[in-house]
Design a protein around this ligand. Structure first.
Ligand SMILES: Cc1cc2nc3c(=O)[nH]c(=O)nc-3n(C[C@H](O)[C@H](O)[C@H](O)COP(=O)(O)OP(=O)(O)OC[C@H]3O[C@@H](n4cnc5c(N)ncnc54)[C@H](O)[C@@H]3O)c2cc1C
Ligand code: SF4
Ligand code: SF4
Ligand code: SF4
Length: 356
């Protein structure tokens, strides 16, 4: 190999060592090759600086195999198109990360109440004409209903998380069709991705009519449950849905609060109630939002907020300056927790695929 190429490779190897976790071939083999996720591209084999890998054809299939001495440089793992090494792949771009707590009187908040505080600021200052929020059906407790709120009081009843899909994009469209021009929308990444496509696809409404604008507040999301599945799970556990005041998922524990106290289960116990669509989802932190909000990464009673766009930054800074929220920069450990959970969600997708 020419000297200059060798030098470039050595530099690349040093960079990878200092910028990525060390991921030796064994890890690539365990996560990608043996699980059937490998696309047989040969990138790992051809990028190994010490030629420790060979693509071996086994029953017609190209299998990257360790045939030399691995130095654990991590290059094969990093170049593989199926691995998730870089922060951007896992959590997306963001400008700054915060922990935020609402200063508004709002009993019905899930974590720090940041989402409702941002929406309150935007409605008060007429930055948007309405906000799409999700609240419980008045007749069917914990059945989500997406509604357009135009007043602060309508926002306050919609705080808290309902762990079932809500048709927020349909409600946003109802608002635009009724003549509204600017709407803030709160949703999980599956909701926000639809809006993002409508903004970028040549035939998307928000691309065609440039006078319309959606401000996107995304929620971190590991999974949601079908309404029927959730009802059945709680019935079996002897919990009356009408008595439930709050549901929360944190650190793998599903907690339901009633006037009688708290009931807790490992989230895995609800696996049969998980919405089938969630099995196909890889984006935990809602990469296409203006502001992404969740509980992981912050202390109890605060909301973690990733600011992804300039207008998102304006809303956070201005609502802090006007006394709607208090905000502190997020601890680096908080960011590490987000990365860890985002990785586990993305890798869960792979484990669905049995080797063929
Ligand atoms: C299905 C789901 C799964 C989640 N999973 C995680 C997770 O794994 N890890 C994590 O850190 N955070 C998760 N979150 C986010 C977390 O529960 C809080 O929503 C977030 O921390 C914001 O808290 P807050 O106090 O600032 O929100 P609040 O100020 O209380 O406002 C909550 C907002 O969420 C909206 N909302 C409630 N339910 C839905 C719904 N089903 N669809 C769309 N919008 C809804 C409400 O309308 C309201 O606007 C999840 C949220 C949902 C809805
Ligand atoms: S030396 Fe580096 S590139 Fe080669 S197999 Fe080991 S970790 Fe992979
Ligand atoms: S780089 Fe990844 S996908 Fe490509 S052959 Fe190697 S393990 Fe398979
Ligand atoms: S896991 Fe994905 S599909 Fe399921 S509710 Fe969350 S964002 Fe939507």
């Amino acid at each position: 190999m020419a000297d200059s190429v060798q030098d470039d490779l050595a530099r690349a190897e040093r960079w990878l060592k200092s910028n990525t976790k060390r991921n030796a071939f064994k890890k690539l083999e365990k996560e990608i090759v043996k699980t059937g996720v490998c696309t047989e591209c040969g990138a790992c084999v051809s990028n190994c600086p010490v030629d420790a890998l060979t693509g071996v054809y086994t029953t017609g299939k190209y299998v990257p195999t360790l045939t030399g001495n691995c130095t654990s440089c991590g290059i094969c793992y990093t170049v593989c198109p199926r691995t998730l090494v870089f922060w951007k792949d896992l959590v997306g771009d963001f400008r700054s990360a915060w922990k935020v707590r609402s200063k508004l009187q709002n009993e019905k908040r899930q974590d720090g109440g940041a989402v409702i505080a941002f929406l309150s600021y935007m409605l008060d200052k007429k930055i948007v004409e309405a906000a799409v929020v999700t609240r419980q059906d008045t007749k069917k407790p914990w059945m989500p209903v997406a509604v357009l709120a135009v007043k602060k009081e309508e926002l306050m009843v919609a705080g808290g998380s309902i762990y079932t899909h809500s048709p927020v994009v349909q409600e946003m469209m109802r608002g635009f069709k009724s003549g509204l021009k600017t709407i803030a929308v709160v949703g999980t990444s599956c909701n926000i991705d639809a809006i993002s496509k409508m903004e970028t696809h040549p035939a998307g409404l928000l691309q065609i009519d440039l006078g319309l604008g959606a401000f996107k507040i995304g929620l971190f999301c590991m999974e949601s449950f079908t309404y029927t599945g959730l009802v059945q799970f709680l019935e079996k556990a002897g919990v009356d849905l009408k008595e439930v005041q709050r549901m929360a998922i944190s650190s793998g524990v599903f907690t339901v609060t009633t006037s009688q106290g708290k009931h807790e289960w490992p989230v895995e116990d609800l696996s049969r109630a998980t919405a089938s669509s969630c099995s196909y989802c890889r984006d935990f932190s809602c990469k296409n939002a203006d502001l992404s909000c969740g509980n992981i990464g912050s202390d109890e009673g605060w909301t973690t907020v990733l600011v992804r766009t300039i207008r998102g930054e304006q809303i956070l800074q201005e609502s802090a300056a006007d006394g709607y929220i208090e905000a502190e920069l997020l601890d680096p450990k908080g960011l590490e927790s987000i990365e860890r959970v985002a990785r586990s969600k993305a890798m869960r997708y792979y484990s669905l695929k049995p080797e063929r």
